[in-house]
Structures are given as structure tokens and as C-alpha cells.
Design a protein around this ligand. Structure first.
Ligand code: SF4
Length: 768
């Protein structure tokens, strides 16, 4: 069996040493990188070859990659790197890595074309001045071959243990057994469809209610499929921490590590499992910066990485605490050790953004290493909003004004240029907007973006010269500007470019610019295409077309709904059609809602959740309720609750407790919380959850109407009802639960709304 490794991965393994140095390097945008490569190639002669596929073998290693360019007339092989700022400040270990890459390519080229020697060039292109700096040297084939062999030898022991691990892993997964005596009702069917999706290399959407055992029911068949489908990696991607926790717990049951296995009868499974944690949670020195001059865990990071990596893969179970322990024992940063281990673990559990966002590490690794990857996307209904967020960028003129007051003198002029362009844009947008404060622009404002580009280049230069002088506001503005610039380059009809105007001091108009994604499909589709298979699952993943269209799933993606493990008798559903919760009708609705809740509580005392469309509405009903029914305990969700306050809110739902928790729909208590049995006996939902009608949502409606012909449904109805069903879904968590749901609004009686409620609910007998 041979071990495939990309040239870049090989060199990163063998040729990196010294500090981790993420010093604010002003890297070019992706478009600038592509344009830079094209520019260099365009300057070469007619016979210049681009993207030359090269491959070679050494012992059990198969090395492959694409060299940037070869000029046959000069016999020169080029590795092109785009950059901004001062090239002299590039750390030595970066340069060493670049040389290692081009030398390996050189060796492979000499082998392939039987060259006796070749000139190797590192071509550094300054994307601002478009000037090239060439560092070149001629090497004979024997020297390059020796270098290649040395790199391969250095890597070989690691590759051999990787191959051995893969073999043991696959044998263990072949023999894997479901950890419980049997599947839950409908769980087997779900597991079979997931196995089939992995077997046929497809995407699959699964709507399955809570309680069916989705996490175990999707992980088990995917792990089973790994050996037969020659899957390299499984990525379990979740929107929130509880989803990741459930996955890690399910994995511990399915494939016990040595410690867990020793406690039970099971044999340990040689599976490497990594939990990815956000940088702000994993960082040990939040007051420092990620480079060796500031942080002790960055200093000498690459010198100590090999031992830390070896210890981590031996351990195999790399949840946050274990990873931290290993990292600190070896004096390296836990966050960046986690990033490194994503290359070497079989199962990675992390947030959506690690695979789906613009710079997603797991996606980049998948493409670079040509991995066969299975994706499991937990609570996938969240991916629409999360996807939009990943491809949206904002910039506020107020932040620019604040910077102008504090920025170093070297940045005053470029800041002033940006301010001038921004003022001009406000004038144009203000004229077009008339009395409104919101204006959708025809496209990205190129003059302002040009000025912003000049500013980011100036900040980059300034930082190169004063590496420690950048304050956090300037750095934040810089990063926000780069993000906006990147999305502006990718602007298309999937997004809006808008300006929201407001009055500043002394009558000046200020604005907030936003490149706002409406349809994330175009960005997410390549992510799904790069995976061997993808299963998206949720209790609320319908209608199928809505998710298929917005997420960019292939047209043929099947949508399956699992039979509910719950029966209609478990849940009394009442559609209260005598009350309207429309904005204009809210004052009149307060007393009827309060009375309805009190009546239900008296009939069946216990813990209830009541959901409202906003904090204002929640407070109005809560105040009326407290005044009219003071003997019934109530507690409220408030804005910006911290972790402890959220926990205290949930602790009021004791099994022997009584009272009503007031919450907002779509907030922290509307999904992802588990209050089984008597902890929650009913819910009231006094809203359809429709997003607020405002200029932005109205633009979404228009854009979605143009693209899919269902503007109102896509912008308002489907997202609203999805939240209602999630909230109501808090009541029945197991086949033993009993409870009630009151859906309070006359529109719940409309057939188009009723169609979006779960099929297992009995709507026939809700005669109120
Ligand atoms: S510990 Fe924090 S500051 Fe240090 S390298 Fe890690 S993330 Fe950066």
C-alpha cells in the first residue's frame, strides 16, 4: 500500500521550524492571488507552461502536486507567491518552506523530463506595485533528487505509522457494532439511508424528530462506510456547542478509547477524534499576539511540534481538555496544535465555519490533499442563516471617524481619501433613497473600495514597519475592510450591496455599508461538491426545495422524513384562532393571551415555556400576566443573558417546579434545549415567527422572488414556521413525554401554514 502526500503537505511536515508567526501579515485577497499568478504567467513567453502536474514515488510514498510555472526556453521552474508589504520582513522559516517546495517540484520535473539541471525561482509578486522579486538558483538533478529523497526519508516513518493506523482503523470499523441492544424505532431506517448516501457518494437531506437518535444514527453508518468507501475523514459539523457535545459523547459510546473500553467490556477502537475549539476559547494567552516575540506558546512552536503531534496521535481522543494537556506539556499553543491535528485525525467535530466559510480550513485541506470526506451536518436548518453570515461583511463609517482621531500620522491621508469617497457615496445614496435611510446600491461602490484598498495597503506597510504599534480598533477595521473587499470581488446576484444612512453630529450623514448575502448556495455548493458524501439532518428541514435551493445542494439530493417515534396522543395541539398577534393587534391581544395561559396552567399545573416575537411583546404580556395572575410564578428571558443567567433560567424548570418561562422565539431557549418529562409540560407560541417587515427583509423577499418565484415564503413564512416548530418541539422529547402546545394566532388556521406543521401532530381536534 502506498501513502499519498501533496508536495506542500510534505514540505510543511519536513521543512518547518522556528516560531509560529501569524504577525499581522497583510496577505493578498484570493482574487489578487489568482490575478497575480495570471499576471506573472502573462509576462512570460508563449511557451510558458502553467500548473504543471508532477508526481513521484519514494518507497511507500506517492508525492504529487502542481508547480506554478515552467519556462522551457530558460529551463526555469517558478513558484509564485503574492504578497503585500515589505518582503524583507518575511520570516526566514516562510522562505525556507518556499524553497523546499520549489526544490521538490524541481526534482520531480527533472525526473519527469530527464533534465540534467533546472533553474529554480521563487517569484514574489507585490500585488500593490505589481513588481516581481525573483530569487533564483540553478540546481543539478542529482542535488534535487537527494533533497527529494531526504524529505521523503524524513517523512517516511510518519507515513508508515499512518498507513498502519489506517489499516487498524479500517479493520476496527469493519467490525464495529451498534452499541445498544437494538435501534430505536425509525433509527434503523435512518441509519440505512445514511449508509447508502456514503456508499453512493451523494448528498442527503434528512428530517427526523428529536428522540429518534439522529447523532448516533448518522455517525454509526458513516463510520461503518469508511473502510469500504475508502473514506479518509469524517467531519461532524454543528451549529452550536451542545451538538458537538452530543457527537463526542456518541463517538465515545460507539468507538471507546482505551480508558473507556477498560471500564466496560468493549475493545478500544483505534480512531483519532479531534474536537476543534474556537481560538478565543482555546487561547492560553488572550493578552498576547500569535508570534514568538509575544507568546511563549508560539515561540519555537514548529521546533516542538513533532513531539506534540506524535503524543497527540498516540492519545487518539483529542477533546478540548486532552488536547490542551498535551499542548501545554510540550509548550505549544493548543489552538494551533488542534489546527495541525486536523491533518491527522479520522473524525473531526467542529463548528460549521471550519468547512463552510470563506477561509475554511477543513475544506482547504480536503481540496489540497484530495481527501475523500464524509460530512455530517447537524441541525442543518441553521446553515441558511449561518451561511449568509459567513458571506456577509459590514463596515461602519463611525468606526472610520473614530480611527481618524487616533490613527498614526502615516495613515491620515489614506483615511482622509476614504472619508471623502464615503461622503460622496452618502450623497449619492441619500439622493437616491429620498426620505428613506436605506438604499440598495447598484453594485459594490468601486471608488470607495479603491480608497479602502489604498488604506489597507497603507496599514499593511505601517504595520510592517511598526510590528507592535497596531491597536485593536485599527486591526479590527483592517480585517473588516479586507473581508468586505473579498466579498465585493465575489459580488453577484446572490448578494446585495446596501447602505444604511443615519444622522451624525452637526447634521452630517453617516452610513453603514454592507455586502449582504441573500442566497449562500453559490458559496456552499463547491463545499458539498468537494465532499464524497454529505448528510444534512434536522428536526425541521422542510420544505425540501427551500433548503436545496438556498444551500446549493445538487438538484437530485433526496429528502427523507423519518417516521416520528411520537404519537398524536402525546401532544395536545391547540390552534388559537380567536387571537391575532399582528403588530397592530398586539395591545388587544395581551389580556386574551394572559387569560389563556392562566387557564391552561390551572387545568394542568406545571412548567411551561411561552414564546413571543420580540422582547417588547414578551414584556407587555408578562406584565399583564403578573398583574392579573400574581399567584402563578413567571420568569423572563432578557437581552444579552450570559451563560450563568441562561443556566439559571433553565434551572427554574425543575421536575417538581411550577410556573411559566417567557422567552423570545428564535432565541437561546427556542431550540437545542432538552427539558424532558415533567420539566416541561407545555408551550405557548404567540407568533408565527415571521421576520420583521423592514427594508432589508423586503429586499430579500424581492431577490428570492426573482430567483425562486417564492419571495414571501422564502423570506418570511418558511423561516418563521421553522422556528415555531423548533420551539414547540421542546415539549415532547421522548416516547414517554406528554404535553400541550398552544399556537396563538388566527393565521395558524390557514392551510399554507398548517401544511408546515409536523405531520404527526393531530390538528383535527384543536377546535379553539
Ligand atoms: S496561546 Fe493564544 S496568543 Fe499564544 S499562539 Fe495560541 S492563540 Fe496565539
Amino acid at each position: 500500500m502506498s501513502y499519498c502526500v501533496a508536495v506542500r503537505a510534505l514540505c510543511e511536515f519536513t521543512s518547518r521550524g522556528g516560531d509560529l508567526d501569524l504577525r499581522f501579515t497583510p496577505s493578498p485577497t484570493a482574487q489578487e492571488g489568482i490575478a497575480g499568478h495570471a499576471l506573472v504567467a502573462g509576462r512570460r513567453g508563449a511557451g510558458y507552461e502553467r500548473e504543471i502536474a508532477l508526481a513521484g514515488e519514494y518507497a511507500a510514498l506517492a508525492v504529487r502536486g502542481r508547480a506554478d510555472g515552467y519556462d522551457a526556453a530558460r529551463n526555469r521552474l517558478e513558484e509564485i507567491k503574492t504578497f503585500r508589504g515589505d518582503l524583507a520582513l518575511m520570516p526566514d522559516n516562510h522562505r525556507r518552506l518556499h524553497w523546499a517546495q520549489v526544490k521538490v517540484y524541481g526534482a520531480l520535473l527533472c525526473r519527469a523530463r530527464e533534465l540534467a539541471e533546472v533553474r529554480l525561482a521563487l517569484v514574489y509578486l507585490d500585488v500593490v506595485s505589481q513588481r516581481e522579486t525573483l530569487i533564483e538558483e540553478t540546481f543539478d538533478a542529482a542535488t534535487l533528487e537527494a533533497f527529494f529523497v531526504e524529505q521523503c526519508r524524513h517523512f517516511l516513518a510518519w507515513a508508515e505509522q499512518e498507513l498502519a493506523h489506517r489499516q487498524r482503523r479500517d479493520e476496527a470499523l469493519e467490525a464495529l457494532r451498534f452499541p445498544h441492544a437494538g435501534f430505536r424505532p425509525a433509527q434503523r431506517e435512518l441509519a440505512e439511508s445514511v449508509y447508502k448516501a456514503a456508499g453512493t457518494g451523494r448528498c442527503l437531506m434528512l428530517q427526523a424528530p428529536t428522540g429518534i437518535g439522529k447523532t448516533l444514527g448518522t455517525l454509526f453508518p458513516t463510520l461503518k462506510a469508511m473502510p469500504r468507501q475508502r473514506l479518509d475523514r469524517l467531519f461532524f459539523l454543528a451549529a452550536k456547542t451542545p451538538g458537538r457535545r452530543l457527537a463526542l459523547d456518541a463517538l465515545a459510546t460507539l468507538a471507546p478509547a482505551e480508558d473507556d473500553a477498560a471500564r466496560g467490556d468493549a475493545a478500544p477502537t483505534p480512531l483519532r477524534i479531534l474536537e476543534l475549539t474556537a481560538r478565543d476559547k482555546a487561547c492560553e494567552h488572550p493578552d498576547k499576539a500569535c508570534h514568538g516575540d509575544s507568546c511563549p506558546l508560539a515561540s519555537g512552536f514548529y521546533d516542538r511540534l513533532a513531539e506534540a503531534r506524535a503524543a497527540a496521535v498516540r492519545h487518539g481522543r483529542l477533546e478540548r481538555a486532552a488536547l490542551r494537556e498535551i499542548a501545554l506539556a510540550h509548550g505549544v499553543c493548543p489552538y494551533y496544535l488542534g489546527q495541525e491535528l486536523a491533518r491527522w485525525c479520522d473524525v473531526v467535530v467542529g463548528d460549521y465555519n471550519y468547512y463552510f466559510d470563506l477561509h475554511a480550513m477543513l475544506y482547504a485541506l480536503t481540496v489540497e490533499n484530495q481527501w475523500r470526506v464524509a460530512l455530517l451536518v447537524d441541525e442543518a436548518h441553521n446553515l441558511v442563516e449561518r451561511g449568509r453570515g459567513m458571506y456577509t461583511a459590514e463596515l461602519d463609517q463611525g468606526a472610520l471617524r473614530a480611527l481618524k482621531r487616533s490613527a498614526p500620522a502615516a495613515l491620515k491621508k489614506p483615511l482622509e481619501r476614504v472619508e471623502r469617497q464615503w461622503r460622496a457615496l452618502n450623497g449619492e445614496a441619500g439622493d437616491a433613497a429620498g426620505d428613506d435611510d436605506y438604499q440598495v446600491l447598484d453594485g459594490p461602490p468601486q471608488r470607495l473600495l479603491g480608497a479602502l484598498q489604498g488604506l489597507t495597503a497603507a496599514i499593511g506597510d505601517y504595520h510592517s514597519e511598526h510590528p507592535f504599534a497596531l491597536d485593536s480598533d485599527l486591526q479590527r477595521f483592517y480585517l473588516d475592510t479586507l473581508h468586505l473587499a473579498r466579498l465585493a470581488e465575489l459580488f453577484d446576484d446572490h448578494s446585495l450591496f446596501d447602505a444604511t444612512l443615519r444622522d451624525g453630529r452637526r447634521g452630517a450623514r453617516l452610513s453603514r455599508l454592507c455586502c449582504r448575502n441573500v442566497v449562500p448556495a453559490g458559496f456552499l455548493a463547491p463545499r458539498f461538491a468537494a465532499a464524497h458524501s454529505a448528510v444534512l439532518f434536522s428536526a425541521t428541514l422542510g420544505p425540501a426545495d427551500y433548503y436545496r435551493n438556498l444551500l446549493g445542494l445538487p438538484d437530485a439530493t433526496p429528502w427523507l422524513e423519518s417516521a416520528s417515534p411520537f404519537s398524536a396522543e402525546q401532544l395536545d395541539v391547540h390552534r388559537v384562532r380567536t387571537i391575532s398577534t399582528r403588530y397592530a393587534d398586539r395591545p388587544a391581544s395581551l389580556m386574551p393571551i394572559a387569560a389563556l395561559m392562566a387557564e391552561q396552567y390551572r387545568r394542568h399545573p406545571g412548567n411551561y415555556l411561552a414564546f413571543f416575537s420580540s422582547y417588547a411583546y414578551l414584556d407587555q404580556v408578562a406584565e399583564r400576566f403578573a398583574a392579573e395572575f400574581p399567584s402563578i410564578p413567571l420568569w423572563r428571558q432578557s437581552r444579552r443573558m450570559d451563560e450563568a443567567e441562561r443556566q439559571a433560567f433553565l434551572e427554574r424548570f425543575a421536575a417538581d417546579g411550577r410556573g411559566i418561562g417567557f422567552a423570545v422565539l428564535g432565541g437561546a431557549f427556542g431550540e437545542g434545549i432538552d427539558l424532558a418529562g415533567e420539566r416541561l409540560v407545555g408551550a405557548f407560541v404567540a407568533t408565527l415567527g415571521l421576520p420583521q417587515v423592514n427594508p432589508v427583509t423586503e429586499q430579500f423577499r424581492r431577490r428570492l422572488e426573482t430567483q425562486f418565484g417564492r419571495g414571501y415564503d422564502y423570506a418570511y413564512l418558511f423561516p418563521g414556521l421553522q422556528k415555531v416548530v423548533q420551539a414547540a418541539g421542546r415539549v415532547i422529547r421522548s416516547p414517554e413525554d406528554r404535553g400541550s402546545v398552544h399556537l396563538i394566532d388566527d393565521r395558524f388556521g390557514e392551510p399554507r401554514v398548517a401544511r408546515l406543521l409536523p405531520a404527526w401532530w393531530n390538528l383535527a381536534g384543536d377546535g379553539r
